[in-house]
Unconditional design. Sequence first.
Length: 378
Amino acid sequence: MTKRIHPAPENVTATAIAVSVPALTDQSPSPTQQRFNRLLARIDKLKQQLDALHALADTQRPLHNRTLQPLRERRHALMRQMALWIDERLQGQGLSKAHRQTATDILCKLCETLATDGDEAMRVLHDKYSPLSLAEMQQVAAARVRAAMEDRLGRPLDTDLPLDTLDDVLFAGMRQLQAEAEAEAAEHAQAKVKRKPSASQRRADQQQDDADTTLRKLYRQLSSALHPDRELDPAARSEKHVLMVEANTAYQRRDLVALLHIQLRLAQADPQSLSRMAEDKIESMSLLLKQQTAELERELDSQEQQMGHEFGLPDYAPVSAASLRSHLAMEKQALNQDVAAMEQDLRTVRDDASFKGWLKQQKQLAERYDDFDPRDDW
């Protein structure tokens, strides 16, 4: 299921696509021309959605940071304060063995979270109490994931990396899986080449060749028209340089629509000329538009997933200004509740009786819920 962006926020203006196949005065567009125009409209819509998505992210990002960062920093400071308090208390007397073990477990989990955020002092404090240092814990996790990946591959990971960290193992494993997928695809393509192509495959190959030729020919026409040596006026030369950069980018992206726009801006083409093109020429251009549409849809899906991850949206939640505002309000409320609870706990544990009661409560929660983690409260 794919997230879809909702109406664009204010201040987002989309450039309408002026390229289309117009009807001649004595007839309506042919089915081929109509398909071409529908593809143009689809590309226009996808580009507007991408522009709106980028604008929405640029608008929401500073708002999220201003709202949540102070609360996260306050929570971090409170976690650190609790860790230091428990460390101080563990160095004293009066705690039973069970109390000391519970306090040590909580301390190590707090320090692990803080060290992951880059707090080196908390890494040192963790290693002071934990039977395994954080570096050793990471090596254990890396070894476990490596064993699972090698079991999946059926052979050892082929890499020169030391594979001491989880990131190294994941990188090596994904690279090897990708290499195997590419080799399998190449083998499949080679087998396909050896087979005698069907009539439909020959037609498809010819259409692809025609499409590539159309794109290449249009790009060469633009390159010739935009060559800087053919323009003496400095202002016009600068303008053509900008257009040439746009044309190069469009050609690399196989963006037929952008190339057609540049052609019209150079007055190299009359919009009415599209209606006089041969059907096979429009068909080849339509194939390029289909491919461009598919690429834009993939790009939109990827951008929506990245944005959902960046702002912590639930899976499959729609990406919209309303959903981001709603989620931001929920995150702010949850952080405020965390901070208030932590401040209360810090006030509570200042005397021995309350500290022991708090430790007992944490242990009971751990026994009641197998997946309970003190860091859920802290």
